[in-house]
Design a protein around this ligand. Sequence first.
Ligand SMILES: Cc1ncc(COP(=O)(O)O)c(C=O)c1O
Length: 396
Amino acid sequence: MNPNLSRLQPYPFERLKQLFAGVTPNPNYRPISLGIGEPRHATPKLVTDALTANLAGLASYPATAGEPALREAAAGWLQRRYGVSVNPATQVLPVNGSREALFALTQTVVDSSRPGATVLCPNPFYQIYEGATLLAGAQPYYVPSDPKRNFAVDWDSVPAEVWARTQMIFTCSPGNPTGAVMPLDEWKKLFELSDRYGFVIASDECYSEIYFRDEPPLGGLEAAVKLGRSDFKNLIALTSLSKRSNVPGMRSGFVAGDAALIKPFLLYRTYHGGAMSTVVQAASIAAWNDELHVIENRNLYREKFARVTPLLSAVLDVALPDAAFYLWAGVKGSDTDFARDLLALYNVTVLPGSYLAREAHGFNPGAGRIRMALVAETAECVEAAERIVQFVQSRT
Ligand SMILES: Cc1ncc(COP(=O)(O)O)c(C=O)c1O
């Protein structure tokens, strides 16, 4: 057996199952889950139509590099969304969702034969970063996010000797679970560090289209171009249709950036079997080429957050995030007790923040917080918020 498998941590939802074992949710309320961050808005018809119109594609093996038309659709979207030009032949690759791409990219980049191979993860973070790092034979180093600076990751806290052995860093902007968007000056700092120490930046941007401010979130490639780095040296941006187009089951996204990284990544994927079905490719082209459904989707989230956030901010330490579909709220006291008692008394599921972060440098930056995914329809989210308000008021 691969010994690194035993280094993997239980997934947050397994820990939640254990926490809830033996709890009987109040039967007077119907269950509402704000636990899992899975999009639940309807899949647009233009995507399902494209899927059914292209079923003939099931009869042939797809190429790992994808059809030129898909890479061109991805490049066209990057141009319209960020004003960024990429070469579709050398700087773009389709992937089967960003999760597998985050994992596979880590296996491609990390050289575990180099002493102290280290990958930096924000803390709290999406657990795939850590699992991908461990299975690549490297050591994760957790960098805490700072609630006093809109949950910006405290890169300044990383010692020079850690940077010196860092081979890759994960950034997540908009962030899961914090919803924070990285500003240009933070990108500038990371690019300078990458130039000094030679590490790769894997920029996870799968929530980029769900945002609550006028200005759309800055993307990694966009930041690079603004800072005069149009070759995207050592940068890969990973994006996805799952949240943008409500197709988490389709498994479709793409990566774009440094051609010198895309080339070995394509080689890795050829052996790994990372090709995307041409049926999914056809539906993905339709999705990337349409913005109307994305605007409608964003408006649904905006309405929901506008209704729910004021209710909860009256009783919890929470504010409207920059983007993504989570509320990352401070609760007074233990996050696990909060989640367990809320389920028992009001039949609402939330995720304890400590399950989304690691204890590192003497503290767990998720402790005392909960993550609420506002993915259900508005009425259900509002009802959940009203129950949470009652719960908090009954505790104090
Ligand atoms: C931060 C983050 N990155 C990546 C993913 C993976 O999404 P997908 O594989 O559907 O693109 C998720 C899924 O929830 C996520 O929260």
